[in-house]
Design a protein around this ligand. Structure first.
Ligand code: GTP
Length: 167
């Protein structure tokens, strides 16, 4: 099996970063849409002991306080970036910093997925690390950058294994 204990996995990223495609790589089951009652789309899926919640962190600042609601049961985080979409690196950086500074998530391990590495124009992991001010792992939080292509199924398994090993 994939997991030993119950894991609350939060998958975050901007719209179009590849979150659903990552989830599709983790499960064969269809992703069930939860009604976006709060104004942003939240989806959840269960994969053998893994309670996965994902949401889109794009857009309106006024929804940000609602994100906190989903933080409390989180024991592992995946942050998904479209590595080819340099025009949105600053926006991705802003929401990433918000997540990194959230008190509730302070000690939660994070796997940072540099997705869409199959694209010729994708930024290198080094470029991404600089542009998004990626932190090093610390005593408080395990942090790992993982280049991947959710489309081709590359890097997802290794990254997920690392994350589950650090919960
Ligand atoms: P929202 O539902 O808008 O929040 O998007 P999302 O983050 O769930 O992204 P989704 O998985 O729907 O992917 C967005 C688009 O990017 C789709 O057209 C995917 O096929 C494409 N995509 C996802 N992962 C990859 C990848 O690794 N490489 C490439 N080239 N395209 C990808």
């Amino acid at each position: 099996g994939l997991v030993k204990t119950k894991v609350g996995l939060l998958i975050l990223g901007l719209s179009n970063s590849g979150k659903s495609t990552v989830v599709a790589r983790l499960t064969k089951e269809p992703v069930e849409d939860v009604a976006p009652t709060v104004g942003f789309a939240v989806e959840s899926v269960k994969i053998e002991g893994l309670a996965v919640t994902m949401f889109d962190m794009s857009g309106n600042q006024r929804y940000h306080e609602l994100w906190q609601h989903y933080y409390k049961d989180t024991t592992a985080i995946m942050f998904v970036l479209d590595s080819a979409d340099r025009a949105r690196f600053a926006e991705a950086d802003a929401v990433l910093q918000e997540v990194l500074h959230a008190e509730t998530l302070k000690r939660v391990p994070m796997l940072f997925l540099c997705n869409k590495m199959d694209l010729a124009l994708a930024a290198s992991p080094d470029e991404v690390a600089q542009a998004l001010h990626l932190p090093a792992a610390s005593a408080a939080r395990a942090f790992q950058l993982q280049p991947c292509s959710a489309l081709e199924g590359k890097g997802i398994k290794e990254g997920t294994q690392w994350l589950l090993d650090h919960v």
